[in-house]
Ligand binder design. Sequence first.
Ligand code: G6P
Length: 369
Amino acid sequence: EAAEKGGYEHFMIKEIHEQPKAIRDTLTRRIVADSDEIVLDDIKLTAEDLKNIDKIYIVACGTAYHAGLVGKYVIEKLARIPVEVDIASEFRYRDPIINERTLMMVISQSGETADTLAALREAKNRGARVIAITNVVGSSVAREADDILYTWAGPEIAVASTKAYVTQLIAIYIVALYLARLNGKMTVEEYRVIRDELLKLPEKAEEVLNRKEEIQKFAAKNYGHKDIFYLGRGLDFAVALEGALKIKEISYIHAEAYAAGELKHGPIALIDKGVPVIALATQEDLFEKMVSNIKEVVTRGAKVLGVAFDGHEDIEKVVDQTVYIPKTLPLLAPVLSVIPLQLLSYYTAVERGCDVDKPRNLAKSVTVE
Ligand code: G6P
């Protein structure tokens, strides 16, 4: 097992470090520098098919569901098609409005999650076309879907998903761009801007990993707390949810993620002296709004770790500590901003002496209901 860990102490930290490669592999041959074409071997959906689609459903469980939340923002923004995201175990039992005009996207690392598979079958029974995003070639989800986009994360051993999540995000960007080009909502110039930034992500993810000491410091100071809060707006909120899940899963700290604008409607009552708050502030059009929300928690004694793009040093006026990530398009920020949150969970769990790769009560793949 030590050999499989390739010199790392745990699979999770090894897999966190494999993310630049996983991102690159998932983009390879599909999004190509200097080419305006998106090449998807296993997606047969045509412009004609898309004309008959009026709604997209994204259905998944756990971390894959959190990737789906990013999918809603990205697909709606780029392809201008309404997207609903649902948890598979909810979707399958609530008589969803779905028919042959619906495109269903299921996301599953293993491709074997019982609820996700049942949701896929339910959608197919109702006439929807199904696209699967999965990491396992030939898995049940891959076999039963109409179209497939594989994430090339490689085998993920740690129960807490890291590299599978970032490759799910990459797959979502690829599908969103594909749909937007297919239905004419995006010009080729707009495509090129996003393409070029996507291709820089592996290198920028590597840079985030190089800055891990900041996170290690914060974890060493704060691992003893009982609660931790994650705040963000827009795409940052979707990432906040994933960050909170990650720390719950492996360090057993009670964590909650909130849309920062919702704070004053209840959760702010929980903010007390010394409570750690992770504030994501990568969405530039919402930056000032986030700064006001950070001030609200700081006034109540919270200890804030900010996550912001390089160049946004003004955040330091309101937070205790900042982790900077290299600048990219705000739309692509989740791929980079989730990495410090994964590292924070990892270092916190290690400080607390938890079994990082095999957390209590959790399974890597939930194939029974
Ligand atoms: C389990 C795992 C999670 C995962 C979820 C969905 O709960 O512990 O990490 O996100 O299942 O798994 P899937 O294979 O469908 O992505």
